[in-house]
Design a binder for this molecule. Structure first.
Ligand SMILES: *[C@@H]1O[C@H](CO)[C@@H](O)[C@H](O)[C@H]1NC(C)=O
Ligand SMILES: *[C@@H]1O[C@H](CO)[C@@H](O)[C@H](O)[C@H]1NC(C)=O
Ligand SMILES: *[C@@H]1O[C@H](CO)[C@@H](O)[C@H](O)[C@H]1NC(C)=O
Length: 421
């Protein structure tokens, strides 16, 4: 063989090895880059969600799930729980990625990086989202830098390995702006903060450097309806959008997931699976009244998607599940419901809808009312949330045995919040 040809084949071989090393995982051809974002309190028997994570990691008998439990105070114990559950649902392997706040140097350990490169999907456990950030970024005098472990995670994500997580493991995934802490009434009353204070444990705190950056364009929250977090997400979006240009966010309910496929492309889509729903909040066309004493915002758009509904994440275009039917003309009640504790959320194990969901869905199930309100339980001031159904607002429902068990979704609920006059 002549020399030129030999060099040519050697180069071809080198390229081949390079491409093989970087080859997309089989699931990439179906889902693209993908995430499964669970809202916390993920039940062991939620087969719909666990099966989705396994499927998007390559399927039963193939999936190798890397478990990153860095948000937890008990990274090892939590790992053992998730390993057992993932194996029960058919993962081939469930491996602990041994990095946490007490072992941050592991984020540059070649053995850890190589372990990450062998996984076909990842799962981030719950706890405190800031611990995930402190673990996967390295602090330098110039600011934080991505660690080799995070770079390897991104490489796997780009090849189709699913990024999944629950609770803090979901809240740590956005690009700009990560929510750390806070309650709805305190957010309305005391605004947004970037540092936590022991004296004010319920103040809204966010990280302006953002999260891990696997999903751009949204602020992401969890335990959403169950903890009445509608106010805190709306305030954070409104108060930061001029600086960060993020005007949309979503909050995932407990034991529920938003499955994101074809991320980082025009086809990016979210689908809701699991028990409850996902609230999308859009402040793009909201009006903030600078003359109010405390806080006043109007024309905030809320969308609530439940099991089987899908949303295009570029334009927020919604397709309700074919199991649901339009509510207009088929309402079950004369009047909508009010609330005197609109951000209460829900008692664990109660089978009633959380307060905000209860009031909001009732607007679509009423024949006579097109608007209702809920007040905050906290006073000085008492804030009033007004929920209005307009001509472009639609409700869809999968009827079950009662108002509280009906799977109700809606699009374009117009929300305003201001101190009660
Ligand atoms: C999961 O378990 C809970 C209580 O342990 C039960 O109420 C629920 O119906 C179960 N869900 C499924 C999908 O089997
Ligand atoms: C880190 O170490 C401290 C001090 O030993 C301990 O209190 C804490 O629980 C540890 N955190 C984790 C996540 O292991
Ligand atoms: C959203 O709109 C895009 C572009 O028209 C379309 O391809 C996509 O299927 C829509 N998604 C949903 C969930 O309706």
């Amino acid at each position: 063989m002549d020399f030129v040809l030999l060099v040519f084949f050697l180069l071809l071989g080198a390229c081949g090895a390079f491409i093989l090393d970087d080859v997309a995982l089989p699931q990439y051809y179906k889902y693209g880059k993908s995430l499964v974002l669970v809202g916390g309190a993920l039940a062991e028997n939620n087969s719909e969600i666990y099966n989705a994570i396994i499927e998007m990691s390559g399927g039963r008998g193939v999936a190798k799930i890397g478990i990153i439990n860095a948000a937890s105070l008990d990274p090892v114990g939590g790992y053992q729980y998730y390993r057992d559950v993932f194996l029960k649902y058919g993962a081939l392997e469930a491996n602990r990625i041994p990095i946490d706040v007490n072992h941050t140097s592991a984020n540059a350990d070649p053995k850890v990086v190589s372990l990450i490169r062998q996984q076909t999907g990842f799962f981030f456990g719950g706890g405190d989202q800031q611990r995930v950030i402190d673990t996967l970024y390295t602090q330098t005098p110039q600011g934080r830098m991505e660690s080799p472990a995070l770079a390897a995670l991104r490489e796997r994500f780009n090849l189709g390995a699913v990024i999944s997580g629950t609770s803090a493991g979901t809240e740590c995934q956005p690009n700009k702006l990560m929510i750390n802490n806070g309650m709805s009434w305190e957010a309305l009353r005391y605004g947004v903060h970037t540092t936590y204070s022991e004296d004010h444990p319920d103040y809204l705190v966010y990280n302006p450097s953002g999260g891990l950056g696997f999903l751009d364009g949204f602020i992401i929250d969890a335990h959403f309806s169950e903890r009445g977090r509608e106010g805190r997400l709306a305030v954070l979006l409104d108060e930061t959008r001029r600086q960060f240009h993020i005007s949309r966010g979503f909050g995932v309910d407990e034991n529920t997931a938003l499955v994101v496929t074809h991320a980082e492309s025009d086809a990016i889509t979210g689908k809701v699976i699991g028990q409850s729903g996902v609230v999308f909040i859009d402040v793009t066309h909201a009006h903030h009244d600078p003359h109010s004493i405390y806080y006043s915002i109007s024309n905030v758009l809320f969308h609530y998607l439940t099991n089987g509904d899908q949303i295009g994440l570029r334009n927020l275009n919604i397709s309700f599940s074919p199991r649901k039917t339009p509510m207009r003309g088929h309402e079950n009640y004369d009047h909508a419901l009010t609330s005197d504790d609109i951000f209460y959320g829900k008692h664990r194990n109660s089978d009633h809808k959380p307060e905000f969901t209860r009031a909001a869905t009732s607007v679509f199930d009423s024949r006579l009312d097109t608007s209702t309100y809920g007040d905050t339980y906290e006073s000085h001031p008492t804030f009033r949330v007004i929920l209005t159904r307009m001509s472009h607002s639609v409700g869809f429902v999968e009827r079950k045995s009662s108002f509280h068990t009906d799977l109700t979704s809606y699009e374009n609920l117009v929300v305003s919040i201001a101190e009660r006059k």
